[in-house]
Write a protein that binds this ligand. Structure first.
Ligand code: HEM
Length: 162
């Protein structure tokens, strides 16, 4: 039975909430890149990044607390009306391991990118000596976040949809 709002068997409200956030983060990142690269609106780019980081942080903390309150991801997946075979459960577990690599490194990298930008860039933000490093860290953060999103969605698909 589904307790989420997307209607997939076994999922919870917070799983559905996080998976929706993982989908929405990608266009939001594209907007942030458009703001900085095309419009050169550095202040809007900073504000959007800070808002995204804040919303994602609160969402992920709520998600982690909720998963634990439900007894862990296995207990949640076990509530499926059609249980997963041992083989498919193993695939889900492996997908989660890969997802965790990106899901753990992203907040560290993203946090570092933001902290350094806030510390080293002028106010209001503008190109400066920190730009080179910021662009490298920025693109790495974007890639890490996109991979977190893609692997998170794959986990959700394999655990609740397939
Ligand atoms: C983790 C959050 C952030 C990410 C992922 C990110 C990403 C990026 C990327 C990829 C670029 C390079 C675009 C290009 O190739 O031209 C860029 C540029 C820039 N970002 Fe960020 N950014 C973040 C946070 C911030 C913050 C908090 C500030 C301000 C305090 C800021 C200010 C700037 C500025 C001024 C540029 C232009 C640099 C230049 O062209 O010389 N960014 N950002």
């Amino acid at each position: 039975m589904s307790h989420g709002f997307l209607g997939y068997d076994g999922s919870t409200f917070m799983f559905d909430f996080v998976v929706t956030a993982l989908v929405l983060i990608v266009p939001a990142l594209l907007v942030s890149l458009y703001l900085v690269k095309v419009q050169r609106n550095y202040t809007a780019h900073r504000n959007l990044q800070l808002a995204l980081a804040g919303v994602l942080l609160v969402t992920v903390i709520a998600f982690e607390i909720d998963i634990r309150a439900h007894g862990g991801w296995r207990a949640i997946v076990d509530t499926r009306t059609v249980p997963l075979s041992a083989e498919r459960l193993e695939t889900v577990r492996q997908t989660l391991s890969v997802h965790l690599v990106f899901a753990i490194s992203t907040p560290l990298l993203w946090g570092t990118t933001i902290a350094l930008a806030l510390k080293r860039m002028p106010r209001p933000p503008a190109p400066c000596e920190h730009s080179r490093l910021h662009k490298t860290l920025g693109w790495l953060s974007v890639m890490d976040l996109v991979l977190t999103s893609a692997t998170g969605l794959l986990f959700y698909y394999r655990a609740f949809i397939a």
